[in-house]
Design a protein around this ligand. Structure first.
Ligand code: UGA
Length: 315
């Protein structure tokens, strides 16, 4: 069913944000994107992500930092759905001096957006949270009610922002919903992430880097499953204040991923090992029961199918 909502998507030029904008437009929505094009990775990748969006008359882009949302002049736009995808991403890069980027974009950015959202009173505010809020739980699968204990500074900021969403819901009735994404992949994946780096190396015949033994496991989630869950979280009634895990439905080791990659590329995968990176949890695995029963979530693509689609997008 088509929805003619007016939507605000922060991080619109990023990997997940841009996929979401295309999908919302296909639903008949009007979309206002906000993105400040940080230089965490090559900005030209973000420009490419939004190339076709900019051709669509129902899409508009503000090249601004979310912390400046007060000055955006968007109050009168009749925004109904807010999808807050903007963040300083990257688990392993969040140590040291760079932490200030994480607090600025992830914590302060979210707080400013929530304050502003209180005034414009959207029908739904969706926050892109992360599996990194869990840390090393020692218990799998990870359940929304487990005590979150992040292992990285990045995870701390994503959890802080999730708490902020929750308290704006509790104190001011803001209809916020948090979606905890588990390692998202697919065409357009960020260049610092494993699958992107692995495919690029294999296609170039280069060595790729494995952190640690490669026996760490992840619940990898295909991007279109994340996008559909965002739409459900916007449309489903009575879920304000809820938190949902979004995983792919299974977990696989990094070594297992490389085995698949070798098979589908027909190439010999050359690897070198580097020490395990601080902040990297040994395992992630989502309990998706709540999302399945309340959002109708049903992840559709296996890692193998998703990797094939990603490989095609590189050619
Ligand atoms: C990803 C995203 O980068 C985060 O922004 C997000 O918040 C997080 O998922 C999440 O689930 O919330 P990560 O799981 O580290 O973080 O994603 P990848 O970069 O795809 O790494 C997956 C695994 O591959 C990790 O164990 C990592 O150590 C390993 N890896 C990564 C390598 O062995 N070599 C590499 O070159 C890159």
């Amino acid at each position: 069913m088509a929805h003619n909502k007016t939507c605000l998507v922060t991080g619109a030029a990023g990997f997940i944000g841009s996929h979401l904008c295309y999908r919302l437009l296909s639903e008949g929505c009007r979309v206002i994107g906000v993105d400040c094009f940080t230089d965490y990775y090559d900005r030209s990748i973000k420009e490419k992500n939004i190339e076709n969006l900019l051709q669509n008359p129902s899409f508009r882009l503000l090249r601004e930092d979310v912390t400046g949302i007060e000055q955006s002049g968007l109050e009168g736009e009749g925004i109904q759905w807010i999808f807050h995808q903007a963040a300083q991403a990257g688990v392993r890069a969040s140590w040291g001096r760079d932490f200030e980027h994480y607090t600025h974009h992830n914590v302060l950015g979210t707080q400013r957006l929530l304050e502003w959202a209180r005034k414009i009173e959207p029908e739904r505010f969706i926050y892109a949270s992360s599996s990194s809020v869990y840390g090393n739980t020692g218990k799998l699968p990870m359940h929304e009610d487990d005590l979150p204990r992040p292992l990285s500074p990045y995870g701390v900021t994503k959890l802080a922002a999730e708490h902020l969403c929750n308290l704006y819901h509790q104190n001011f009735g803001l209809p916020a919903v948090s979606l905890r994404y588990f390692t998202v992949f697919g065409p357009g994946q960020r260049p610092d992430m494993a699958f992107h780096r692995f495919i690029k190396a294999v296609l170039a015949g280069n060595e790729l880097t494995i952190y640690g033994t490669g026996e760490q496991t992840r619940d990898f989630t295909y991007v279109s499953d994340i996008i559909e869950a965002n739409l459900s979280a916007a449309k489903t009634e009575g879920i304000e204040g809820r938190v949902y895990n979004l995983g792919g439905g299974s977990r696989i080791s990094v070594n297992g991923v490389l085995e698949i990659l070798g098979r589908i590329s027909g190439q010999k995968v050359k690897v070198k090992h580097e020490p395990i990176q601080a902040g990297d949890p040994p395992h992630t695995y989502a309990d998706t029961e709540r999302a399945r029963s309340e959002l109708g979530y049903s992840p559709g693509l296996s890692v193998e199918q998703g990797l094939e689609l990603m490989m095609e997008s590189f050619s």
